[in-house]
Write a protein that binds this ligand. Structure first.
Ligand SMILES: C[C@H](N)C(=O)N[C@@H](Cc1c[nH]cn1)C(=O)O
Ligand SMILES: [Zn+2]
Ligand SMILES: [Zn+2]
Length: 476
């Protein structure tokens, strides 16, 4: 039976007002990966701090210093440390989210303006960058606080909040802050809940106990002093783009096999017991095809497809900076190109191991080309993989809450994406961390036309409140 608590009823009845707040947040283009948008990330941090304060949360905005991005020295966005309630008789739950987003331009292929939340009334879907990743879930926590206040219902737990503005760009500075605060602001946290991922499909809710890590690389190749005419210089000079394609062709096969020696050897072996966990997950290969928008899965077997995303590393090539990419037929030899790729990491791979393996391998492969161009490999950011035990009361509370709200037992999943700070929370605080997603597998996070279903925003907010209520029922 769905939640009948007063706070849940209030959320249902006030949903349009809550959607307006989501629209306000989506309208701030807080893109962390582009220096020109940095003032907007700060504006978003300010908006969130003011909104939290208005709901009675005590908020400290912690500056993290500077970073060098696109050749500019700019301020990192602040981390917001929030506190709501400090009753020593109650448990204290730390919630985490990020208020930055991935880049989005209408010209990328969006059907609507990415930074203006627009509702498709027929499907009940809200389109806008950050709607699902991760502004909707952050606002879910705010909805819970407001609903308790407005219904004069006591909050079942004390809440601590860590909201950052750099998650989509490597979470610079956050690890040091969390470690430092683990003995201070975060010292009395009993468990951690993160809502920053998605159901696997579109109908079954899930709880997530693992994340892949990430090692993000940039390969820079340059030679000529300026872009050259390919008719004048083609056939006479070493071309940076040709070298880049030659090197990139050595990274991964079209069927997804990573060619960097040593990576596969470090992956923890699969046990029969673990394999069985993938067999029972409520999803089909057709569901993944539908979320991907094409029949493009590497395997037709469900467990293999799931393991490809959850428990094996993957290597993706993202783009080339400096390449000709417009319409038309410009006959240019780019003077300098920077290719980007990343590897998703699983236990027992670390970013440091992978950096060493990739750097040595690519330098060797470039040397084989005999090119006179200059070549540089850098790891731009790295984050560790994380896997947790699901036997903790934190997971029992999440399970019970999901059963109440969705009348279904959740699937237990590992997420293919990365949230770099998760392992730091687990290690520095020594507490259980659980991921409780709000959105669906077809939300299109990081893609064009990112969306959040109205029902996921509303029932997902109620889920977060139910979870907090259940937490209060479990003895340590
Ligand atoms: C799962 C989470 N919502 C997410 O999207 N994380 C990003 C993190 C990232 C991006 N660049 C570096 N880290 C992801 O998994 O891509
Ligand atoms: Zn996210
Ligand atoms: Zn993201």
């Amino acid at each position: 039976m769905p939640s009948s608590r007063p706070f849940a009823k209030w959320i249902e009845e006030n949903q349009d007002k809550l959607v307006d707040r989501l629209a306000e947040s989506v309208a701030i283009p807080s893109v962390s990966g582009d220096a020109s948008y940095r003032p907007e990330v700060h504006r978003m941090g300010g908006w969130l701090a003011d909104t939290l304060t208005g709901l009675g949360v005590s908020v400290k905005s912690v500056p993290l210093g500077k970073q060098n991005l696109d050749g500019q020295e700019i301020d990192l966005p602040p981390v917001l440390l929030g506190e709501y309630g400090s009753d020593p008789k109650k448990k204290t739950i730390l919630v985490y989210g990020h208020y930055d987003v991935q880049p989005a331009l209408k010209s990328d292929g969006w059907n609507t303006e990415p930074f203006s939340l627009s509702e498709d009334k027929e499907t009940g879907r809200f389109y806008g960058r950050g709607s699902s990743d991760d502004k909707g879930p952050i606002l879910g926590w705010l909805n819970v606080i407001e609903a308790h206040t407005k219904t004069n219902t006591e909050m079942p737990v004390n809440l601590k909040m860590v909201f950052e503005g750099m998650e989509e760009s490597g979470s610079d500075g956050l690890e040091e802050l969390v470690v430092a605060e683990s003995k201070k602001f975060l010292s009395n946290v009993d468990a951690v809940c993160i809502s920053d991922n998605y159901w696997l499909g579109t109908t079954s809710p899930c709880i997530t106990y693992g994340l892949r890590g990430l090692a993000y690389f940039q390969v820079s190749i340059s030679g000529p002093g300026a872009d050259l005419h390919s008719g004048v210089f083609g056939g006479m000079v070493h071309e940076p783009m040709t070298d880049l394609f030659a090197v990139f062709s050595k990274l991964v096969t079209p069927s997804g096999e990573i060619l960097v020696p040593g990576i596969a050897d470090k992956v923890a072996p699969l046990t029969a017991e673990e394999k069985a966990r993938y067999e029972v997950i409520d999803i089909t290969v057709a569901d993944f095809e539908s979320a991907a928008g094409g029949k493009v899965t590497l395997s037709d077997d469900k467990a293999t497809t799931l393991m490809g995303r959850m428990r094996y590393p993957s290597l993706s090539i993202h783009g080339v900076e400096g390449a000709f990419s417009a319409a038309g037929a410009k006959t240019v030899i780019p003077a300098s190109v920077r290719g980007k790729f990343s590897i998703r990491l699983v236990p027992d791979l670390t970013p440091q191991d992978v950096n060493e393996l990739v750097t040595k391998y690519l330098n060797d492969e470039f040397a084989k080309l005999g090119s006179k161009n200059t070549f540089k490999v850098e790891m731009l950011s790295g984050g560790m993989p994380w896997v947790a035990s699901i036997d903790h009361w934190n997971y029992k509370a999440g399970t019970k809450a999901t059963e109440t709200v969705y009348s279904k037992t959740p699937d237990f999943t590992r997420e293919g994406g990365s949230i770099p700070i998760t392992l730091t929370f687990a290690d520095a605080l020594g507490k259980s961390v659980m991921l409780l997603p709000m959105g669906r597998g077809d939300d299109g996070a990081h893609s064009i036309n990112e969306k959040l279903d109205r029902s996921n925003f509303i029932q997902g907010s109620i889920l977060l409140g139910e979870y907090l209520t259940e937490v209060a029922n479990f003895a340590e």
